[in-house]
Design a protein around this ligand. Sequence first.
Ligand SMILES: [Zn+2]
Ligand SMILES: [Zn+2]
Length: 99
Amino acid sequence: MSKSIMQNKEDRRCYVCEQLGERTKGALEEHHCFGGANRKLSEHYGLKIYLCIRHHREGKDAVHINKYTRLHIQEDAQRAFEEHYPDKDFRSIFGKNYL
Ligand SMILES: [Zn+2]
Ligand SMILES: [Zn+2]
């Protein structure tokens, strides 16, 4: 298991709650920023975040429900990747440019 390059798990805060300045309630779930065929790559490069259930899969702004939340997080993930791996080409690895 690789570490997230986007967030410190030990902070125990939801990534979206934090950006909205809200308090995180309840358990956190791990979310891989790119799914499907790119899920393994997300794991490998640490492109994963921790989310409360509301922002992960149940609320109207949840990353698995709301495509704008999902895209916003994928943009953040690509930025984190480019900062963390300046010698690697995101687009050729993940097959798409999100920025
Ligand atoms: Zn949240
Ligand atoms: Zn998820």
